[in-house]
Design a protein around this ligand. Structure first.
Ligand code: 6PG
Length: 251
């Protein structure tokens, strides 16, 4: 008998990065369509870092399926406190890989102004975000178990009531602006993309903590394991390399 997999996460493992990205692109397209069908628009938050670039490229090429981009509002899970043209800017990466290639109206792209004083930029972004929940939040996984710019050991992550926070990253650029855990958990759908051997150990820890919490055990310590969207268990899209230290490893 095959042992049941741990609860608390919805995990999708594909053989390699390309197959994982293809599967997630189709899921994102389906979630966008569902949101537009239900509410006439989709509030989509993009992940930063380097992992999502092939996903955005695939979405821009229409390979995940057609998207009514005119009905999509673009937000960002987090931003480094750098100007938009800085190579470290998550906005710049999203522009290059996706936003300059699809027809999202400019007024519907809500950039975190990393060039402004962080508290000012966070307050302005919170104003753009408003009170409605995000429909889809795309997230990455850091090697220390962070997600967006919510880092392990940050006090008050679970107690924070604001939707947008200023944080400090152990890796440069240090100053960050991030959706709070509260905002991430208010989302209807959270989808993580983690690929490559570097993500095997952090995902194994996240999976163990999420299963522990889901089974009524001690609450998770890693921010990536704390994300429990209102709409259901977070989806993790992994390649075999990232899943290899977890119960979802491909034999
Ligand atoms: C950021 C991201 C961050 C990222 C992880 C993984 O601004 O860096 O929001 O949470 O998703 O650090 O980064 P890589 O995809 O580059 O491994």
């Amino acid at each position: 008998m095959i042992a049941p997999l741990p609860p608390g996460l919805a995990v999708h493992v594909a053989a390699d990065e390309a197959a994982t990205v293809a599967a997630l692109a189709e899921r994102v397209v389906a979630e966008i369509a569902a949101a537009i069908g239900a509410r006439g628009r989709c509030r989509l938050a993009l992940a930063g870092g380097s992992t999502p670039r092939p996903l955005y490229d695939r979405l821009a090429a229409g390979l995940g399926g057609p998207v009514d981009w005119a009905a999509v509002e673009i937000f960002f899970g987090d931003e480094r406190c750098v100007p938009p043209e800085d190579p470290a800017s998550n906005y710049r990466m999203a522009r290059e890989a996706l936003l300059d290639r699809v027809a999202v109206p400019e007024a519907q792209i809500h950039r975190i102004e990393g060039e402004r004083p962080p508290e000012e930029a966070a307050a302005a972004y919170a104003g753009r975000l408003g009170l409605a929940p995000l429909d889809v939040v795309l997230l990455g996984l850091g090697e220390d178990g962070h997600t967006a710019s919510l880092f392990p050991g940050t006090p008050g992550l679970r107690q924070e009531t604001r939707p947008v926070v200023v944080t400090v990253s152990p890796a440069p650029p240090a100053a960050r602006i991030s959706l709070s855990l509260r905002a991430l958990c208010a989302a209807r759908c959270a989808l993580f993309l983690a690929t490559g051997a570097r993500k095997a150990a952090p995902f194994a820890r996240v999976a163990a903590e999420a299963a522990r919490e889901a089974a009524g055990g001690a609450p998770a310590d890693l921010p990536a394991a704390m994300v429990r969207p209102a709409g259901g268990a977070p989806g993790f899209y992994l390649d075999a390399a990232a899943a290899r230290e977890s119960p979802w490893r491909i034999p």
